[in-house]
Design a protein around this ligand. Structure first.
Ligand code: PMT
Length: 221
């Protein structure tokens, strides 16, 4: 492997799910395991990047040579990202788009409810969009988890979030995507694309890492 591929570039990567509290014992979350983001962090660190990995709650060991910042909520993920994102930002986390409008300070008891309680939600910040549309943004790479119209939705996100690259992930197929060992993706950019067939997340991360570095150094010669 090209040990000096990244030439000490500073890369921040988000991984895993976020957790949005309903009350002290309950939360809203999703099926992200963190495997894809951790594999990317490991690949970048092995190839000469200085990597900060901002991770939601997962059960993985942090890769060697990576600085780990553990967070729970989307707001914490945004704060940690704003503090650390420098040359490259890769948003691989499955950030909860919404959170409960209020967090109950005590466990919500069914005895106190008349019928089923309803949960009112408010919008979370978009970590990737906030970073990518900031004043002097890093080189921003997003993921798009979609169950239909993959290409169209991915290209819309590339545009709306002002990204350099977007990695489109078909999560309707259970053998790839959330919490699977394997993944298959297509990466899109303004005037091109590249497809990666199903393979384990470690080898896919190595291939993506290569592509990301090529695009980054093409822009920052
Ligand atoms: O963790 P694994 O089990 O290995 O699974 C990997 C994965 C399927 C989670 C990963 O490959 C993936 O697709 N991650 C993105 C998941 C996602 O939330 O996609 P999205 O299409 O909802 O979001 C688009 C982009 O905006 C993503 O880069 C996301 O990190 C970012 N985003 C979204 C919402 C939000 N509030 N803030 C964000 O930063």
């Amino acid at each position: 492997q090209h040990q000096k591929l990244w030439n000490n570039a500073r890369i921040t990567i988000t991984a895993g799910p976020t957790r949005e509290a309903i009350d002290p014992v309950r939360y809203i979350s999703n099926h992200s395991s963190g495997k894809m983001g951790y594999a990317l962090a490991a690949a970048a660190a092995r190839t000469g990047a200085q990597v900060t990995l901002i991770s939601g709650p997962v059960s993985l060991e942090p890769p060697a040579g990576v600085t780990l910042i553990a967070v729970e909520t989307a707001e914490q993920m945004l704060a940690a990202t704003e503090e650390t994102a420098m040359d490259v930002f890769i948003g691989c986390a499955a950030v909860s788009d919404y959170r409960p409008a209020e967090v109950a300070s005590q466990k919500i008891k069914k005895e106190q409810q008349q019928g089923a309680p309803s949960l009112s939600l408010i919008k979370n910040p978009d970590v990737l969009k906030t970073i990518a549309t900031s004043k002097q943004p890093p080189f921003c790479i997003g993921f798009a988890a979609e169950t239909n119209n993959l290409r169209e939705h991915a290209l819309a996100k590339l545009d709306a979030k002002k990204l350099k690259l977007i990695v489109a992930n078909d999560v309707s197929d259970k053998t790839i995507g959330f919490n699977s060992e394997q993944n298959a993706v297509t990466v899109y950019w303004q005037d091109g694309k590249k497809a990666f067939s199903a393979q384990n997340k470690t080898s896919l991360a190595e291939a993506l890492n290569q592509l990301f570095a090529e695009h980054f150094f093409n822009e920052n010669k």
